[in-house]
Design a protein around this ligand. Structure first.
Ligand SMILES: CC(C)(COP(=O)(O)OP(=O)(O)OC[C@H]1O[C@@H](n2cnc3c(N)ncnc32)[C@H](O)[C@@H]1OP(=O)(O)O)[C@@H](O)C(=O)NCCC(=O)NCCS
Length: 194
């Protein structure tokens, strides 16, 4: 029973995160019914639990593919995702098998946490807490994106990005606000401009 309560609390946190990030959201009901990014995360949370039970891995994969068909967001059930992820607009997001995502991360549509090599093992990125990945950005390989870093729209990131930094361009370069600069979510969250 406690597991179910904990699970429902995680789902509620995802809902609150979407509502809190998106100024266009009018109510929790609107978010619960109309946000494909939230639906994809909820299905992922279930599929990830199924993935821990080896005989359920195939059903978990099929469930995640069904979610992809419905939402346009593909999250491998084995990926590790922290609390309160917000996927804005949904469509075209891919999160690979060995990706790790911290807490309070925002991913915009078309962003990819992908691999560069077609071999087994850790081959997808690790994102810290409060990372923002802009629309269309690709983060490729087992790179590390530090807490509070922002990846610009359409960037292709193939190297580590320090905490608090901005990475833009192809291949992405770290432009400014490097290292331990404080992250002000109220000011820096690009979602506030949508
Ligand atoms: C990267 C980003 C977070 C930087 O925002 P910011 O802190 O306001 O920084 P600035 O706009 O001052 O840009 C800093 C530098 O990076 C460049 N830059 C910003 N975004 C860029 C991008 N996506 N691609 C290439 N260069 C970019 C700017 O030209 C500027 O260069 P300069 O120092 O030579 O003048 C922001 O531009 C961005 O891309 N956010 C993603 C938003 C998004 O995907 N929204 C989707 C809404 S549907």
């Amino acid at each position: 029973m406690r597991h179910l309560t904990d699970f429902l609390r995680v789902l509620r946190d995802d809902l609150d995160a979407a509502h809190g990030h998106d100024p266009a959201a009018r109510s929790l009901l609107e978010v619960a019914l109309g946000y494909p990014g939230v639906h994809a995360i909820w299905v992922y949370r279930l599929a990830h639990r199924m993935w821990q039970v080896v005989p359920l891995r195939l059903p978990a994969r099929l469930l995640s593919q069904a979610a992809r068909a419905a939402t346009g967001v593909e999250i491998h059930p084995a990926a590790r995702i922290g609390a309160r992820l917000f996927i804005d607009h949904g469509m075209g997001v891919v999160i690979g098998e060995t990706a790790e995502v911290g807490d309070d991360v925002v991913l915009f549509h078309g962003s990819t946490l992908g691999g560069k090599a077609m071999r087994r093992g850790k081959r997808h990125p690790t994102l810290g807490d409060r990372v923002v990945v802009g629309a269309g950005a690709k983060v490729l390989g087992p790179v590390w994106i530090g807490d509070g870093a922002q990846v610009g729209a359409n960037a292709v990131v193939i190297t580590d990005v320090p905490a608090g930094a901005i990475a833009v361009g192809v291949p992405a370069q770290v432009r400014r606000r490097p290292l331990a600069a404080p992250f002000d979510a109220e000011v820096d969250d690009p979602a506030i401009f949508i």
